[in-house]
Design a binder for this molecule. Structure first.
Ligand SMILES: Nc1ncnc2c1ncn2[C@@H]1O[C@H](COP(=O)(O)OP(=O)(O)OP(=O)(O)O)[C@@H](O)[C@H]1O
Ligand SMILES: [Mg+2]
Length: 235
């Protein structure tokens, strides 16, 4: 469903991503692993059109999306939960979720998708009228994920959902992502620094180092890889 080939991107004259290639199939959870500054978020920004790649190709369900504007990419079904959540903190939970319905189609399906989100994250229904900024970190991440789901993604990109959260909340969020992939055939690109949890949730993964794809393989292969063990798992 997504095929990224030889993607080069960066900021101004500084290139960050070097010939990055990766693939995602329908219903697959694919982890993107790498240390701070490796280029993971830059890759997410390039795929979602927030920065303009200098070269390469991003084909999504047969359509070339490289260099298309971000709104176009969103309408094509690529929805991200950005690093740091980026909620509207003064607005209520419900208002934040309403912001996820950007297109005619997602507006029409808002109520049914809202109910699904409340099933995934019952806490959000209890907190619907509360200002998002007053929620706990874990609850805020749930709002961010739910807001993305209201956008009816075909490809959901999660950029470090575990940041600053307790392990059980991370498990909840990764379980939702995994179940969505398997039951609703949504593909999930999971950027994560918690490598153990990411590989437990993912089917396959890519390791990014200095803007290059250093390694790729099934989650089991990566978890067993000596370099991954030494460099990322400390074993
Ligand atoms: N807006 C920007 N302008 C200039 N350079 C940037 C910008 N955003 C990121 N960079 C640089 O690009 C490189 C890759 O950053 P990126 O945010 O993609 O890393 P990351 O893998 O997501 O790291 P982290 O795990 O810390 O989120 C870094 O050297 C960073 O300083
Ligand atoms: Mg990042």
């Amino acid at each position: 469903m997504l095929k990224v080939e030889n993607l080069n991107a960066g900021y101004g004259s500084v290139n960050i991503l070097w010939d990055v290639s990766m693939e995602l199939n329908d219903g697959e959870v694919v982890a993107v692993l790498g240390s701070n500054g490796a280029g993971k978020t830059t890759m997410v920004r390039a795929i979602t059109g927030m920065i303009r790649p200098t070269s390469g190709s991003i084909v999504f369900n047969g359509e070339e999306l490289c260099k298309k504007p971000s709104r176009y990419i969103l309408d094509a079904g690529i929805v991200q939960v950005p690093e740091g959540r980026q909620l509207f903190t003064e607005m209520t939970v419900l208002e934040n979720l309403q912001m996820g319905a950007f297109s005619k189609e997602t507006k029409e399906h808002f109520q049914e998708n809202l109910e699904k989100c409340y099933k995934w994250f019952p806490k959000l229904e209890e907190r619907a009228k509360q200002a998002a900024g007053t929620l706990s970190g874990g609850e805020q991440q749930m709002v961010a994920v739910a807001r993305a789901l209201i956008g009816m993604p075909k490809l959901l990109i999660l950029d470090e959902p575990s940041l600053g959260l307790a392990p059980n909340i991370v498990d909840d969020i990764l379980n939702v992502a995994k179940t969505l992939a398997k039951e609703s055939n949504i593909s999930v690109l999971l950027v994560e620094q918690d490598i153990t949890k990411a590989l437990a949730a993912a089917d396959r993964g890519y390791v990014i180092e200095n803007g290059h794809v250093a390694l790729s393989g099934t989650a089991d292969e990566l978890a067993a890889n000596e370099h991954v063990k030494k460099a990322y798992l400390g074993i």
